[in-house]
Design a protein around this ligand. Structure first.
Ligand code: GCO
Ligand code: MN
Ligand code: MN
Length: 388
């Protein structure tokens, strides 16, 4: 029997807003009493998490006085010291307060845009104070219900100006923190700008300091758009931009469900875990998910334990997949290469191009070849189903 106990080296993290979610939804009132940030830290330590992340206002309410803020920070710091939990990531709430109803960085009101910058700078200071090395930007309100309100190209320009400003702030302060941009197609706005991880990756290249900025892809957000999450993650990884990841689960074409990791599309979760482990991703495995609204705090703990346990089970399944002789034989066959195309598939030269144009391919034979992916997929399913 394998050991699926979470350990610090697994880098499992949760947000204060995840296990601390009180179960409010657009149709119903909270179903759980709020916990203090310090209590959430103790809860996370009990279930075996490595770290805890926060929005500025998860930790310190937006209207707290400096004295109240100090008291909260002291209790939070004590809980971190008592438990050994780390704060690898922090972020800003740029969506709850009415001031952000039409966006933060992209608002038409310059005062709102400037306030958003002020709030993020203070949030970065707070994150750095607790040791965060990644700062996430999720622009939940950066979008529209009607494009009459704003030209979306103007929105992008404002977004760029804001991130450029904040990169300079980090440099100026000498902080050791990177930015990770998180895309979401909709909810709470009708449409959110920069809707997918792919959009974000393209946007990053237009910034003044692209080296400081990566992405924070989230399973649910790509699934909401009907996309393949692993493909987004792989593109980010390949570009050196996978700075953080939000793990959860979600049915496509529905409201933002934020289910326990692996609870909906086990196969997608398997290939995701396999990818992260195979490539040696070293960042946090952050669960940005919520327990079902049916649960009390015992259920919340079950939820958190379940996220981590499923990850570790899938990690073991991935090792099994990698070690499976039949799977490996199939992969070797599928990827067989007799070297004859080597001259054509490397760097361009005029001679190579001319030789390739003149080469006679047996197109019919190549098109007839069966690729054995049915067998490969079924073997994968049998590993997942526990009979292999
Ligand atoms: C959501 C988002 C948020 C962000 C968080 C951190 O759909 O609500 O995923 O949970 O990840 O604000 O930036
Ligand atoms: Mn989300
Ligand atoms: Mn998220």
């Amino acid at each position: 029997m394998s050991d699926y106990t979470p350990k610090p080296e697994h880098k499992f993290t949760f947000g204060l807003w995840t296990v601390g979610n009180i179960g409010r939804d657009p149709f119903g009132h909270p179903v759980r009493e709020p916990l203090s940030p310090a209590d959430i830290v103790y809860l996370l330590a009990e279930v075996g998490a490595y770290g805890v992340n926060f929005h500025d206002n998860d930790l310190i309410p937006i209207d707290a006085t400096p004295a109240e803020a100090e008291t909260i920070k002291r209790a939070f710091r004590k809980a971190l010291d008592d438990t050994g939990l780390k704060v690898p990531m922090a972020t800003t709430n740029l969506f709850s307060d009415p001031i952000f109803k039409d966006g933060a960085f992209t608002s038409n009101d310059p005062k709102v845009r400037a306030y958003a910058l002020q709030k993020v700078m203070r949030g970065i200071d707070l994150g750095v104070e607790f040791g965060a090395k990644v700062y996430v930007f999720w622009g939940g309100r950066e979008g529209s219900e009607t494009d009459a309100a704003r030209d979306p190209a103007t929105a992008l320009k404002r977004m760029r100006d804001a991130i450029n400003f904040l990169c300079e702030y980090v440099i100026d302060q000498g902080y050791d923190i990177k930015f990770a941009l998180e895309a979401k197609p909709n909810e709470p706005r009708g449409d959110i700008y920069l809707a997918t991880t792919g959009h974000m990756l393209a946007f990053i290249e237009t910034l003044d300091h692209p080296e400081m900025v990566g992405v924070n892809p989230e399973v649910a957000h790509e699934h909401m758009a009907g996309l393949n999450f692993l493909h987004a993650v792989a593109q980010a990884w390949e570009a050196g931009k996978l700075f953080h990841i939000d793990l959860n689960d979600q049915y496509a074409a529905r409201y933002d469900q934020d289910y326990r990791f692996g609870s909906r599309d086990l196969k997608a979760a398997f290939f995701l875990v396999k990818f992260l482990e195979d490539v040696g991703y070293e960042g946090s495995r952050h669960f940005d998910a919520h327990a079902y609204r049916t649960e009390d705090y015992e259920g919340v703990k079950e939820f958190a334990r379940g996220c981590m346990r499923t990850y570790l089970i899938l990690k073991e399944k991935a090792q099994r997949w990698n070690a499976d002789p039949e799977i490996q034989a199939l992969l070797a066959e599928i990827n067989a290469d007799d070297g004859s195309m080597m001259p054509f598939l490397g760097k361009y030269s005029r001679e190579t191009a001319n030789a390739l144009k003149a080469y006679a391919f047996d197109r019919a034979a190549l098109g007839k070849r069966g690729l054995k992916y049915e067998r490969l997929d079924q073997l994968t399913m049998e590993i997942l189903l526990g009979v292999r």
